[in-house]
Design a protein around this ligand. Structure first.
Ligand code: ADP
Ligand code: MG
Length: 239
């Protein structure tokens, strides 16, 4: 049994079918890359899997149990967390407080939540910044803060939306290292990533979406050579 089994997932917003009959599986311990042009339905897939929106159709089983229709906090406690494409930390709170708010979702005991928050901050390399206000962080540091917030809830499966998006070049190797370390610690990952070099170095398999549909799934090499993926996403430079 795969860790995550998704079958026929469908979500429509007015006339737009954001996710159209999407099926795939994620094996425990793997990194699945998720690609596709803007509007392909990548973020929507994350919203459905984390209970933010109800799907119109389809099923999703995490570690054998159905998760669709459950509330976000319930899904989070079952072991799925996500990071957001648009970073919105609580600006007036300190770095540590931002992570504690997330950790409290997982443990109601404030002492435990604090310990989990500090551990997560240590993991992402932000422990020294814990007393600073979140508004002073760089984009790369905010990505790390997002990761710490997700990790403080101790996920088994982490969904990461645009890991290196908007980050300056110098911060990218550190983020790649961090994702690799997460996997080695036993976290399974789905990664939305536009930087093909980053994706190819991290992903075991890649799922490609276009206009809400799955157009291909395979190894990074297979995906790079897939005609439909090249036409809809990778572009002429790859052809
Ligand atoms: P991606 O993350 O791949 O760029 P999205 O999942 O954000 O794509 O969006 C897929 C499609 O669904 C787009 O056409 C987008 O405009 C539409 N969409 C996403 N969320 C909503 C929403 N809450 N209301 C209406 N349309 C939405
Ligand atoms: Mg998106």
């Amino acid at each position: 049994m795969a860790m995550l089994e998704v079958e026929g997932l469908t979500k429509q917003f007015g006339g737009v079918v954001a996710n159209n009959d999407i099926s795939f599986q994620v094996e425990e311990g793997e990194i699945l890359g998720l690609i596709g042009p803007n509007g392909a339905g990548k973020s929507t897939l994350f919203e459905l899997l984390t209970g933010f929106y109800p799907p119109d159709r389809g099923t999703a089983r995490f570690q054998g149990r159905s998760i669709l229709g459950l509330r976000p906090d319930r899904i989070n406690r079952l072991g799925i967390a996500r990071t957001f494409q648009k970073l919105k930390p609580f600006q007036a709170m300190t770095v540590a407080e931002n992570v504690m708010v997330a950790a409290m979702q997982h443990s109601a005991d404030p002492h435990k939540a604090r310990a989990q928050a500090l551990e997560a901050l240590h993991f992402v390399g932000l422990l020294e910044k814990r007393h600073e206000h979140a508004k002073g962080l760089s984009t790369g540091q905010r990505k790390r803060l997002e990761m710490a917030r997700a990790m403080a809830t101790r996920p088994r499966l982490l969904l990461m939306d645009e890991v290196t998006g908007g980050v300056d070049q110098r911060s990218i190797p550190g983020l790649i290292e961090l994702v690799g370390r997460l996997r080695r610690e036993g976290t399974t990952l789905i990664l939305i990533e536009h930087n093909m070099q980053v994706l190819m170095s991290l992903a075991d398999r890649v799922l490609a979406l276009h206009l809400g549909r799955k157009i291909a799934v395979g190894t990074p090499k297979e995906i790079q050579n897939d005609r439909e993926v090249i036409e809809s996403y990778l572009g002429a430079a790859y052809a």
